[in-house]
Ligand binder design. Structure first.
Ligand code: ADP
Ligand code: ADP
Length: 222
């Protein structure tokens, strides 16, 4: 069972790389941000709760995120493995994931940090558009869709996230980068951390992710 964690600051390119990697490895992407946006859109109690934090650029409390993630991991399509995009984001979440996987005789196979400098993150988030159906990200300058306003992958409409405006972008950087540092240290300590240079073309980042996974022993079969 391959459990691949994609790590990176907001705007680093996790959501861009995750579906590319999912196609190569043949396992699904689980993106907690996308799960929360779906809950907000559907107006569920979870969505109402999560929205308060998301709109303020804050992390949703660990207890809520861990419960949501463990439910998702229990679904049949996750049995062969999963690519985690946006989870874990705190060391508490990382420890909860380790425990849940250990219960199944498994563990995180690799944690790949997509490393991008802060100035670039702001440029990326402020031009981001994502699709309604699956959250596939585009950028108005760096990665435009083939047809304006339409997702290349599933044909759904593109929109700009409410939290991708300058004030919230700054709040996310201020509030989330410290916790990311702790998660990075968690995986460095367990030996599964791999760092790739995220400041390259999307295809070059994808190739670097592949090389990092090969180095960590992750293959499509495993
Ligand atoms: P980005 O693509 O900018 O990194 P995400 O779509 O992953 O953002 O997440 C959007 C928001 O959802 C976050 O700013 C946070 O409020 C919330 N969120 C997503 N995943 C988590 C998590 N693992 N822990 C806490 N909050 C989360
Ligand atoms: P994350 O999921 O880590 O928050 P995204 O994958 O949504 O990041 O990427 C943030 C923005 O940057 C999107 O608009 C995306 O199209 C763009 N982007 C992603 N990777 C690259 C790259 N390698 N070079 C330039 N822009 C990129």
């Amino acid at each position: 069972m391959n459990v691949v964690v994609l790590l990176g600051a907001p705007g680093a390119g996790k959501g861009t790389q995750a579906p590319l990697l999912a196609a190569r490895l043949g396992i699904p992407v689980v993106a907690t941000g996308g799960l929360f946006r779906a809950a907000v859109r559907d107006g569920t109690p979870l969505g109402l709760e999560a929205r308060r934090y998301m709109d303020a650029g804050q992390l949703v409390p660990d207890e809520i995120v861990v419960k949501l993630l463990l439910e998702r991991l229990g679904r049949p399509d996750a049995a062969a493995g999963v690519i985690l995009d946006g989870f874990p984001r705190t060391d508490v979440q990382a420890a909860a994931l380790d425990r849940a996987l250990a219960d199944r005789g498994s563990a995180v196979s690799a944690a790949v940090l997509v490393d991008v400098p802060a100035e670039e993150l702001i440029r990326r988030m402020s031009g981001r558009w994502i699709c309604r159906a699956a959250g596939h990200p585009y950028h108005e300058v760096f990665s435009p869709p083939r047809q304006a306003g339409v997702c290349d992958l599933d044909g759904s409409e593109l929109y700009q996230r409410a939290d991708d405006q300058p004030a919230t972008i700054r709040a996310r950087m201020d509030q989330q980068l410290g916790a990311l540092g702790q998660v990075i240290e968690h995986y460095r300590a367990s030996g599964v951390l791999r760092v790739v240079n995220g400041l390259q073309e999307i295809d070059a980042v994808a190739a670097a992710v592949d090389a990092a996974l090969a180095d960590a022993g992750v293959t499509a079969a495993g």
